[in-house]
Every structure is written in C-alpha cells, then in structure tokens.
Design a protein around this ligand. Structure first.
Ligand SMILES: [Zn+2]
Length: 137
C-alpha cells in the first residue's frame, strides 16, 4: 500500500520560532497572487510583476549594476519572487554576473518585454531591470 505523499507536519515548520533578521515574517501567498506589499508593475503594460516586500539584498546590496557582453550596463534590483515574470530561456552559465549562479531570461507575463533574469544556485532570485518597472500608485 503506497504511503501518502504528504510530508510529516513537523517538516513544514523547521524554522526557528523567531526570524533572526527581525524582519516581519512574510504573509503566505500562493503563485496566484503577486504577494503582499505595494505592487511593482511592468512599466510598459502595468502588469503586476512583484511587490516591494519581495526586495532582497544579496552580495551586499539590493541594487547592482552589471554589464552584459555587449557593454550595456543594467541597473538591477534583486527580488525573492516575481510571479509576473515568465522564464523565457534555458539556464546558462555564460557570463555569470553572480558567481556560481546560472541565469535564465525572464519576460513580462503581460507584454513579453524583457524584464531581467532568474538566477539559481546557492540562492534563487530574480534580478529585474529597474528601468523596466514602476511602482503602482
Ligand atoms: Zn509588460
């Protein structure tokens, strides 16, 4: 008889009772919403992409300037999640902007505008081009 494909309850709460950063615990959200906090939208079509509270700092900062192989500099912000962004390429480790992380191009779910990259490695995060985004008023 197969075992039920449900993890034991304790596996869902392995974190320490207090977040060490002192940050408020993020409200749970599903992939069907972009989450809590002020929406950050695609500047071109106003599709919700992510939220203010998904901003994260890795490698010393939230905002990074990175140059692509063509010499174009992007100012990118790092986000823990971006449900409005669609992955549009297979993973690549050419020209790694963040050591040990592979990247995939992500585009706007609404208008297919290139928004940035999804990086995966020791950390998984979206690096979104800040010029392509706008804060929802
Ligand atoms: Zn868009």
């Amino acid at each position: 008889m197969p075992r039920p494909a449900v993890a034991p309850a304790f596996a869902l709460d392995a974190r320490p009772p207090r977040a060490p950063s002192g940050a408020p615990s993020p409200s749970s959200d599903d992939a069907t919403t972009v989450g809590s906090g002020r929406a950050i939208v695609c500047r071109a079509c106003r599709t919700p992409i992510t939220t203010d509270d998904a901003r994260t700092s890795l490698f010393g900062a939230h905002t990074h300037d990175r140059m692509n192989p063509s010499g174009f500099v992007f100012r990118i912000g790092l986000f823990r999640r971006a449900p409005g962004a669609l992955v549009a390429s297979p993973p690549s480790d050419e020209f790694p902007w963040f050591p040990g992380h592979r990247w995939q191009i992500v585009v706007c779910r609404g208008c297919i505008e290139h928004l940035g990259w999804l990086f995966s490695g020791a950390e998984t995060f979206h690096a979104l081009v800040l010029d392509k985004l706008a804060a929802e008023e």
